[in-house]
Design a binder for this molecule. Sequence first.
Ligand SMILES: C[S@@+](CC[C@H](N)C(=O)[O-])C[C@H]1O[C@@H](n2cnc3c(N)ncnc32)[C@H](O)[C@@H]1O
Length: 243
Amino acid sequence: MQATLYIIGIGPGDPDLLTIKAFNTLRHCPVVATPKATQHGHSTALSIVQQALPASELDEKEIVELHFPMKKIHLGQEPDPEVLQAWQDAAGKIFAILSQGRDVAFPTLGDPAIYSTGYYLYATMIEMHPEVRVQFVPGISAMSSCSATTRTPICLGDDMLAVIPATFSDSRLRQILENFDTIVLMKVHRVIDNLIGLLNELNLLDKATLVERVGMADERVLADLSAIDGQVHYFSTIIVRKK
Ligand SMILES: C[S@@+](CC[C@H](N)C(=O)[O-])C[C@H]1O[C@@H](n2cnc3c(N)ncnc32)[C@H](O)[C@@H]1O
């Protein structure tokens, strides 16, 4: 029987937020291919899987670490050659395992549908090997978890929602902040000072809450963004809710 690549959303950090389907699929796959942002760094996805699965089962699995450099990707534009090479290398390694008839799990943070490497891997794999079977398992997104932690709905009634990476140009960000009822800002860590300035200018500071490392041991909820001095972690999301 042909092997399958499962691209699995594992939630944003709390291992209890794996769905039963994600848990069962991870248990079933003999190989777990985990993404990490630097060659020598650790994989957050792997650490969530390690917390969720029994150690005896993990010991039986082959763990394949894949390096995906963190660089900006603009859809419609050719990606950076280093990024393209990394996707192709990852797809090649996984294909070799699938060709041995072994299913591969690729756990990805949150939900694979939202700014996830999972879809880049999928697109590269299908382009290189269109015959490969791929299944997606949806997961709980970081914004859903931040919403739950702060008891803030993301959208209700006729609310209009925008979910955006905060690394947008200022003019696009401003336009979105002005025109939507709820704005979820992701990837805020590198632009936090700029963002706080913009929110202040638009009188939205008191409507914004930042959640850092939701569901992880050192989770922080910052309701007063003006008190932020210095850096916030990459795992930070801001919900701006006007109503
Ligand atoms: C590459 S995106 C991945 C999003 C993920 N696929 C999802 O469904 O939430 C990374 C961004 O997600 C958000 N994020 C991921 N994990 C988070 C966490 N534990 N706490 C807060 N934000 C998180 C941050 O905005 C981070 O910069």
